[in-house]
Ligand binder design. Structure first.
Ligand code: CTP
Ligand code: MG
Length: 223
């Protein structure tokens, strides 16, 4: 069956600052969106569809002219709006059997994770990469509050893989407000989601300091 990727890159990168949407910031001389696309150029993935922000057409074209990509789709105001628009665009272009939905803000994607996700989605219907919580978790206001037991909790990353027709239907049915990932939309529609082993390389770059650390790791060839 046909496997495609959907890269959501329509955010504004407010928390990272830096004067431009973070997906266009360079890491080791390459825009973050380029690193993310390259991670999805995997032998089992037929095409990488990208969702971009309104007004970011020029930045997208400049950053991606070395790749052969379908026309980008314009995103919406929340991440789940952008994902929905991308899924609709894929449907309009003939659909797929499996889709991997990925954040442009996670530029380093091990090939092993892609394989595990595809196999997981073929089995369960959906699959996400997850990592254990290693720090103590606690509620917090002005002062430290109660500890939240971390046993049984994981950190959920992207890409997230799903059987395409089911995740499209789940997005069309979603009406519970803001969703920060697609697996919660899938689960609300009754799709079973498997957890495969995530990777610290997949951590999302959110703040300025995350970009500094990513540069250092690349420079030290630790990635
Ligand atoms: N995203 C999107 N459409 C939106 C919001 C986010 O496609 N309306 C994408 C971002 O481009 C990013 C991913 O969703 O690849 C994860 O979002 P996040 O890390 O929150 O990025 P931003 O929303 O751009 O950053 P911030 O929240 O700091 O503004
Ligand atoms: Mg955001």
């Amino acid at each position: 069956g046909k496997i495609v990727a959907l890269l959501v890159a329509a955010g504004s990168g407010t928390r990272a600052g830096g004067g431009l949407p973070k997906q266009y910031r360079t890491i080791a001389g390459k825009p973050m969106i380029g690193h993310a696309i390259e991670g999805l150029l995997h032998p089992r993935i037929a095409a990488v569809h990208v969702v971009i922000g309104q007004g970011q057409e020029r930045q997208f074209a400049d950053a991606t002219r070395t790749y052969s990509l379908p026309e980008p789709t314009l995103g919406g105001s929340e991440r789940h709006d952008s994902a929905r628009r991308g899924l609709e665009a894929i449907a309009a272009q003939g659909g797929a059997d499996i889709v991997l939905i990925h954040d442009a803000a996670r530029p380093f994607l091990p090939s092993r994770v892609v394989d595990a996700l595809i196999d997981g989605a073929r089995g369960a219907g959906g699959a996400v990469p997850g990592l254990p919580v290693v720090d103590t978790l606690a509620r917090s206001g002005d002062l430290l509050g109660d500890v939240v037991p971390r046993a049984g909790l994981i950190r959920v990353q992207t890409p997230q893989a799903f059987r395409f027709p089911a995740i499209l239907a789940a997005h069309r049915a979603w009406k519970n407000g803001i969703a920060t990932d697609d697996a919660q939309i899938a689960r609300a529609a009754g799709i079973e989601v498997a957890v495969v082993e995530g990777d610290t390389m997949l951590e999302k770059l959110t703040y300025e300091a995350d970009f500094v650390r990513a540069e250092e790791r690349l420079a030290a060839s630790l990635i």
